[in-house]
Design a protein around this ligand. Structure first.
Ligand code: 4AD
Ligand code: MG
Length: 465
């Protein structure tokens, strides 16, 4: 942890003995200021840790005029001696010798004053939110989790495979794609049949933002063995819920020679690894979030890491729901696509553990999943989490050319010949899954709303910044 222009506050707190009695340079943003006519205390936060550093300005050395611009939100550079603090509430502080104000912040108009703001208010000010304690914690945890994802797969010999964001195929079906076009929308070119003439469009065909990198990922896996993707995905479904975004990040590993059991093992190991990584590397931030938002957070994280996930066929899950005697808003029957309330009943009330639900009816799952011997269910696996519901969706893939092609015809999917080549030439059993990155961040931070775990959330009727 080094920065040539400043000493990071995180470093001062982690190794104070290296700096006590010495002059240091700190730079950051003022969180608050208080004091009397002899001395002024400034809480400085530089983003490197949730902890703000106390700066002590002796008014024999600094005049009120010198400190006038040191208001909440202003940015400053302080040179001073690091000392052990006599005061309560902090272990170390800086006795300031020199002050430079980079930019002042007018207290009349700066929106983030010291008093706690509601998460809703801060969502409206998403451009300044990173400067708050809560959101900087979320962002540091988000970073740590992203790093853990790469570390986990790299250490296992997986290759990071970049799949396109603009695509001409639809992986998940259901038509929830954003179209990408440069055609003039008020004067669309038409063909002889009066349909839009996409040959005049930028790519010469209809194109969209991707909903998943899986299909291209399968081409990577059937050449490199094991790959993973980690990138943004886009879904135009009109879901205004605390679990859905229109733009979210997904991690999609795809493994040649993996059967469904191997896929489940990997998913469980992976998600536990990420949570453990955050528990080890983001202690202060998790503690802060626990204290202010969710007292049970650390226990919940440890519980998930320490316990085996339940593995249960969909048909069993339906039976448990039917026999629960619980009044659900949406009816339960074999064949139904489970709603969040059903998933959460299984996880939070029945098993009180994460559940991997497998072998779903083929009608409610994507075309590429491997058909079971019963001809009715497919080798799907959804990982269901407390407070979240579905956090991972995955499956073993249909490797048989004829069966897969049959499904593609049945569903009227076009332009899939390139994908079918994986089954035409050297087809292998293979599996993979997708983890919604924001749902993972949601779980690890204990936040309630997915819009509070991504810097600039996109959702229906909202595209600020
Ligand atoms: O279950 P999904 O739709 O699966 C796929 O896209 C597969 N192609 C994955 C694969 O097998 N490679 O999405 C995977 C995960 C979900 O479990 C959920 O965590 C997340 O992506 N997700 C969303 N997260 C936020 N907002 C949305 N609108 C999401 N839709 C899915
Ligand atoms: Mg799914």
């Amino acid at each position: 942890m080094q920065d040539i222009r400043r000493t990071l506050v995180a470093k001062l707190f982690s190794d104070p003995q290296d700096f006590i009695g010495k002059e240091v340079d700190v730079k950051g943003w003022v969180r608050s200021r208080r004091g009397n006519k002899y001395v002024q205390f400034v809480a400085l936060n530089d983003g490197s840790t949730i902890k703000s550093l106390q700066i002590v300005f002796d008014l024999n050395k600094f005049s009120e005029e010198d400190l006038k611009a040191v208001t909440t939100g202003s940015s400053i550079h302080v040179q001073g001696i690091l000392v052990e603090s006599m005061g309560k509430g902090q272990s170390i502080e800086i006795q300031a010798n020199e002050l430079q104000v980079y930019g002042s912040a007018d207290p009349e108009t700066y929106p983030l004053q010291k008093k706690g703001h509601s998460l809703e208010f801060l969502r409206e000010k998403a451009h300044l939110r990173p400067r708050t304690n809560f959101f900087s914690s979320v962002l540091r945890i988000r970073h740590a989790l992203a790093f853990a994802v790469h570390k986990f797969f790299n250490d296992k010999g997986f290759y990071y495979f970049h799949t396109p964001l603009i695509t001409a195929s639809d992986c998940e079906g259901a038509g929830a794609q954003f179209q990408v076009t440069t055609l003039p929308l008020n004067e669309l070119p038409l063909d002889k049949e009066g349909k839009i003439d996409y040959s005049k469009d930028f790519f010469g065909k209809m194109a969209s933002l991707t909903v998943s990198g899986q299909l291209e990922g399968e081409l990577g896996a059937t050449a490199l063995g094991c790959i993973y993707t980690f990138g943004p995905t886009f879904r135009a479904e009109n879901s205004n819920t605390p679990r859905h975004l229109s733009e979210f990040w997904m991690i999609e590993p795809e493994m040649a020679f993996y059967e469904i059991e191997d896929n489940m093992d990997l998913a469980e190991e992976f998600i536990k690894y990420c949570i453990n990584y955050a528990l080890e590397h983001c202690k202060d931030d998790i503690e802060f979030l626990a204290e202010h938002f969710d007292k049970e957070l650390p226990e919940r994280l440890k519980f998930v890491v320490e316990n085996d996930f339940v593995r249960l066929p969909y048909t069993e899950g339906i039976r448990i729901l039917e026999e629960s005697g619980k009044k659900f808003e949406f009816p339960v029957y074999w064949g139904v696509d489970l709603a969040s309330e059903h998933e959460r009943y299984l996880v939070e009330e029945h098993f009180k553990k994460p559940v991997i639900l497998t072998d779903y009816p083929k009608e409610i799952k994507a075309f590429y999943m491997k058909l079971n011997e019963d001809g009715k269910t497919v080798r799907a696996m959804d990982v269901l989490f407390p407070k979240i519901g579905e956090i991972i969706g995955g499956s073993q893939r249909e490797e048989d050319f004829d069966k897969l092609n049959g499904r593609i015809q049945e569903m009227g999917l076009e332009g899939m010949d390139w994908y079918l080549d994986t089954r035409r030439f050297g087809s292998v059993p293979h599996s993979g899954f997708g983890l919604g990155f924001e749902r993972l961040v949601l779980f690890v931070t204990g936040m309630q709303n997915i819009r509070d775990v991504i810097p600039f959330p996109r959702y229906p009727k909202n595209c600020e910044y």
